[in-house]
Write a protein of this length. Structure first.
Length: 73
């Protein structure tokens, strides 16, 4: 009747990385437009923008690589 399909845990890890990356990237862009009153020493490197972009790309890669497909056994 119904066949069981397994979904790889790496797909869900990819979703988690992608969501966290988008949130961190959004916070970095907001902070770029609204700088804090007291900047930290390395504020000019914008680490949250870089880290958010890296997490988003990695998460999207995992989501695409481990995407559950209908025809795959």
């Amino acid at each position: 009747m119904s066949e069981s399909r397994e979904v790889s845990i790496w797909f869900f890890i990819g979703i988690s990385l992608l969501v966290n990356g988008i949130l961190i990237l959004g916070a970095g862009v907001y902070q770029l437009n609204h700088p804090p009153d007291h900047e930290v020493v390395l504020f000019n490197l914008h680490a949250n923008i870089w880290w958010g972009a890296v997490l988003s790309v990695a998460g999207a890669g995992y989501c695409l690589k481990f995407l559950p497909r209908a025809g795959k056994s």
